[in-house]
Design a binder for this molecule. Sequence first.
Ligand SMILES: NC(=O)c1ccc[n+]([C@@H]2O[C@H](COP(=O)([O-])OP(=O)(O)OC[C@H]3O[C@@H](n4cnc5c(N)ncnc54)[C@H](OP(=O)(O)O)[C@@H]3O)[C@@H](O)[C@H]2O)c1
Length: 281
Amino acid sequence: MSDTDNSRRTFLALAAAVPSALAMSGIASAQTTQTAARNTEQRVAIVTGSSRGIGAATAKRLASDGYAVTVNYLTNRDLAAQVVRDIEAAGGRAIFRQADVADPAAVNALFNANDEAFGGVDVVVNNAGIMNVGPFAQMTDEAFDRMIATNVKGSFNVLREAARRVRDGGRIISLSSSIIKTPPPGTGAYAASKAVQVLYSSVLAKELAGRDISVNAVAPGAVDTELLRQHGEEALRGIPEQTPLGRLGLPEDIAGTIALLCSKEGAWVNGQNVFANGGLG
Ligand SMILES: NC(=O)c1ccc[n+]([C@@H]2O[C@H](COP(=O)([O-])OP(=O)(O)OC[C@H]3O[C@@H](n4cnc5c(N)ncnc54)[C@H](OP(=O)(O)O)[C@@H]3O)[C@@H](O)[C@H]2O)c1
């Protein structure tokens, strides 16, 4: 018998012995049971503001990636119900719940409803947001206060619940905006409310250290949703031409970036602001 044959036999004998030695000590069977339980448990995502736009695309994408999803809305109940029907028609599981993210009690109830339906949460996409624009000289208190209540306080309410409830190994993702790089006139208050998401994510990533939970912001460029369209065609003019990839962003583009951060491949990205804008800006 050659030396090579001998080494191969020794290697195979050792390889065969290791699992049985572990099994005797009880380690392998415990690990196998734990891993099997984790693999068979369905992971769960809450997506705020998912009746339409980026949130709806994200809810559907995560459902197609195997998550049970809690869909949230403010006023558009029918749209939220349709997102759930779409997920179910594709073989997924979802529920929908009304909650104004600006109201801490409503956010708490939203997370409770999710836990009741699905037993816990692994991913929170802190997406609900509004865009009120206007030059400093003309911005009303009402428009400013509502946007800060939704984007700044609302995000805080959602992240606080997420920090308390997301299971080890989970993901927390907030929607910032590419606008924070070079905010045009009229977007001061909105850009400020989106820059906050980057700071929130950076700090929360550190606070959750040791639990294998990543916390990031995603910064879309201009995406074709009501958020922009409510400001008229003007808000979209020239954007495809200025974008190196030659078009306006779609909600599905941003859902793809969020799904990537939720995947195994996204695991090492933590405390970052990930720009997803086709190269604009
Ligand atoms: N579109 C863009 O170009 C763009 C670019 C950068 C960043 N973003 C950010 O991406 C996020 C989603 O934007 P989008 O374009 O998808 O917006 P959108 O199409 O206007 O949809 C907004 C979603 O948020 C919900 N919502 C609004 N206020 C809420 C509140 N107080 N509580 C709970 N839900 C609330 C809406 O529910 P109802 O349907 O019930 O009203 C809807 O589901 C926002 O945070 C936005 O700042 C968007």
